[in-house]
Write a protein that binds this ligand. Sequence first.
Ligand code: CA
Length: 236
Amino acid sequence: MRILIVEDEVPVARQIAAALTEDGHDPKVVHSGEAALDEMSKKPFDLFVLDVRLPGIDGFELLRRLRTQHLASRVLLLTARSAVDDRVSGLQLGADDYLPKPFAMRELIARVRALGRRYPEEPVLSLRVADLTLDLSAHDVHRGVQKIELSPRELMLLKVLMREPGRVFTRTELCERVWEHEHEYDTKLVEVFIGRLRKKLGEPPLIHTIRHVGYTIQGLEATVPTPRKGHRQRRP
Ligand code: CA
């Protein structure tokens, strides 16, 4: 990933850059918000490692500008351990994750890897499960030749399921993914939306309930997984 490290403490910045390079990334280091803006105007970055406390244009201001310009970039904030407010503001402004200082380099690497996984590099244009297709650019859904009208939320839920056919999602997981930015959500909502989706998708059913675990979408030809030993036994 192309990574921009914005950190005014030179030795810390250097260490981060060394660790990320070793992990196979292509990091660039700047020591001020102004320099970061300059770099951002030159080329796109996949990920920003952003210190919150910077002289001049600080991390929050950078994050604010980033979110209006580079929607696809991920942002990992570096915050002070005690500064809960910083983390909350950062997440509200659209940071993807934060790391309280001081941190171990291997922790930083783990966070960066996780953020890399969250967005696959190759854009997928459509998803398919059996005769069901979801076009990600047009946002429309077809079962065979039949077009299916879905609400934005139903579409989001279907997208989560279809990205990983056969994977069993708990209700909590689905809730977090589909209602992620809302403070109050209820796992019962998932049940309601799954019910609506099933109705709209028609027969034969593609969304299956895995007792005591959750839901999965699965093609007709595949066998529906049963909870294995060692599978997290959370109630769906
Ligand atoms: Ca700083």
